[in-house]
Design a binder for this molecule. Structure first.
Ligand SMILES: N[C@@H](CCC(=O)N[C@@H](CS)C(=O)NCC(=O)O)C(=O)O
Length: 195
């Protein structure tokens, strides 16, 4: 049994999108969370150790962190073809996209919001917006999806910041076309309606 802890207009939208793409049964617990405008509060039903979303429970296991949840789900349902299985070619690249997102992409954009993106420590640890753009453009120029011919959870995770912050989208036709391909998918549309 899958139980998904979700709050609308939050990072858990990515997981909701993947769950719709997977087309598997799951139960949703719609949680309150503290919002940056001061509204909301920690929800006692949410098992996340910090009260955040997304969180997922599966047969007694708790999984948190967007990338870990996406990886867990695509490994759990390999027949759906939305991830790259451990024994498949491309697994390394798939893992790289997912971990690069959490370890580099979000920190870069958060450093920008904080006005510290040019700090030498931020540059040395994460690089910056230009390097993110370069990697996406290189991967997507002439290819439909980050993993090539197949749409995967890596596309969901990596395009997610640009759905919320379109102004941050790398200014390149291949990236814009990729986002368009992502957002016309039935799974994305269904998750937005549900959200
Ligand atoms: N790195 C985490 C971040 C999760 C996160 O920060 N979620 C926000 C919503 S977008 C949250 O639950 N905030 C509530 C809080 O700060 O207590 C992930 O990607 O899953």
């Amino acid at each position: 049994m899958l139980t998904f802890y979700h709050a609308p207009q939050s990072r858990s939208g990515r997981v909701l999108w993947l769950l719709h793409e997977l087309d598997v049964p799951f139960e949703t617990v719609r949680c309150d969370i503290p919002r940056q405008d001061g509204s909301g509060a920690r929800d006692p039903r949410n098992p996340h150790p910090e009260g955040k979303v997304p969180a997922l429970e599966h047969d007694g296991a708790l999984i948190t962190e967007s990338a870990a949840i996406l990886l867990y789900l695509t490994d759990l349902f390999p027949d759906r073809g939305l991830g790259i299985a451990p024994n498949e070619a491309g697994r390394g690249a798939y893992l790289t996209w997912l971990f690069w997102y959490g370890g580099v992409v979000e920190p870069v954009y958060i450093a920008e919001v904080l006005g510290v993106a040019d700090h030498p420590v931020a540059q040395a640890s994460f690089r910056g917006r230009d390097e993110i753009a370069a990697r996406l453009i290189t991967a997507l120029d002439g290819r439909h999806w980050l993993m090539g011919a197949r749409f995967t959870a890596a596309d969901i995770l990596l395009c997610s910041p640009y759905l919320y912050f379109p102004d941050a989208t790398p200014d390149h036709p291949a990236v814009r076309a990729w986002i368009e391909r992502c957002t016309v998918r039935a799974g994305y549309r269904a998750s937005v309606e549900r959200n």
